[in-house]
Write a protein that binds this ligand. Structure first.
Ligand SMILES: C[S@@+](CC[C@H](N)C(=O)[O-])C[C@H]1O[C@@H](n2cnc3c(N)ncnc32)[C@H](O)[C@@H]1O
Length: 254
């Protein structure tokens, strides 16, 4: 399935504004940072690739709060323009086909809500092989995707798919994002079981591939506190976070 650039270009402003505070946890971003820290320790000065960075929502905090040297890449020029506007001295590059970087240069790679957007196994294989190639030996790759148990269930921020409908691997699945209670926008994703993402990672050579549904736990609360001490995410709704677990984290090691 060819990448639909027009689609993400159109969605840029909605998606950028949609960065509500507590959503960062519910949508799995904090657990991604926790995984990077678990594998790499202090992220200060670490070279991290944010693959499919969009408008840089997580690229920025990783740089400003954790001191990582993050490079954000995305095939949507609108997204890259927005990212650059919000972070004028940040590093953002437009992704055109294969990666242009040499082997073994990144300490870690994260890819948040990107593989749900890829409609063929071949395209996923190509992307993950490239990610593997540019990672240093032992480096972590953290992928954030949908929890398939949540298909058709409305969460505070989005609904992934139609209730009661059965989806087969690779099927298109419409996701409705809600903003400010009543505004919404539909995005087209693809349904893949967690197992598919794990197999893609293993085929590319990743070791110790594991997946889990992130839940609010003491480590996560600690992360929230760090972010809050920096003035971010003041309104975290802990109960909603405990009740809703719509994401899956997949981690592998080169
Ligand atoms: C749901 S957005 C997530 C953006 C960002 N990671 C975030 O969490 O805010 C998905 C992004 O993936 C990008 N994308 C889609 N297919 C891609 C691919 N094959 N490689 C890299 N990025 C891709 C889109 O352009 C879009 O910006």
């Amino acid at each position: 399935m060819a990448y639909d650039k027009r689609y993400w270009d159109r969605a840029t402003s909605f998606y950028t504004e949609w960065g509500l505070p507590w959503q960062a946890l519910k949508d799995g971003y904090v657990p991604v940072i926790v995984e990077l820290k678990k594998a790499l320790g202090d992220l200060r000065g670490k070279q991290i690739l944010d693959h499919g960075c969009g408008a840089g929502k997580i690229t920025r905090p990783l740089k400003s709060l954790y001191g990582a040297e993050v490079l954000g890449v995305d095939p949507s020029d609108n997204m890259i323009q927005e990212a650059r506007k919000a972070d004028t001295d940040g590093r953002y590059e437009l992704l055109k086909g294969d990666f242009s970087w040499p082997d073994n240069i990144f300490d870690g790679v994260m890819s948040n809500w990107v593989f749900v957007d890829i409609g063929s196994i071949e395209e996923m294989d190509t992307a993950v092989r490239e990610i593997y190639r540019v990672l240093k030996q032992g480096g972590p790759f953290v992928m954030l995707v949908n929890n398939e148990e949540y298909i058709g269930k409305r969460t505070t921020t989005y609904q992934n798919g139609i209730p009661g409908k059965t989806y087969n691997p690779g099927d298109e699945i419409m996701v409705t994002y809600f903003k400010n209670g009543n505004e919404s926008m539909e995005f087209k994703d693809y349904y893949w079981p967690t197992e598919t993402y794990c197999s893609v990672m293993e085929r590319a050579g990743f070791r110790e591939v594991t997946s889990y549904v992130p839940k609010l736990n003491p480590r996560t609360i600690e992360e929230i506190k760090v972010l809050q001490s920096e003035g971010l995410f003041p309104d975290v709704d802990y109960q909603a976070l405990v009740d809703e677990n719509p994401t899956v984290i997949i981690v592998g090691k080169k």
